[in-house]
Design a protein around this ligand. Sequence first.
Ligand SMILES: [Zn+2]
Length: 200
Amino acid sequence: MEFPLFGQQVAVDLVNTLWAYAGETVDALATVEVADRWLIAVGGNPLGDRGTLLQAAGDEFALRVRDEEFRAALQALRDQVRALLSAAARGEPVDPALLYALSRTAAAAPSRLVAGPGDGERPQVRRVRAGPTAAVVLAALAEDALIMAADPATGTVLACGTAACLGLFVRDDPRRRYCSPACANRSRVARHYDRAKAST
Ligand SMILES: [Zn+2]
């Protein structure tokens, strides 16, 4: 399975583990095996808090989805983050119960900054978390999502302009309306087809 909407902020990548393909919904967190591959794939991507999931977990061998409990928790968090970022994308208020639930997940593995000398003139700081891997990963993802939803400086999250698509994306260009080139293309073809139909 290829992850189609990939390489954005990790919270957005998490939301995009659910996507639509040829009218079917595909869920990359539906099995332990694929969820594990997803987690390894995003492990080195930067979070908004000066860390990565790999650094938070402290060890690349620890950063694995090995059991059903972790998989189910990751999937449940994905659905919460989807609700959070979708509300943000629509400019709608977020359910306070959802914010409370995400805050609790973030607090389950508290983080601290670790500073060390950098390569250049500035010291390097990174964020590490203490706790079991599942709690650490869920906390880092929940915090990343909350910061994204609260702070416009982290980027505007929008829903894909293609009706059948479930994708969210971070707007890196004011004209961007689609989650992926494939969706932009599909929409162009559909518009062309509508115009051709209207003129006959
Ligand atoms: Zn799309």
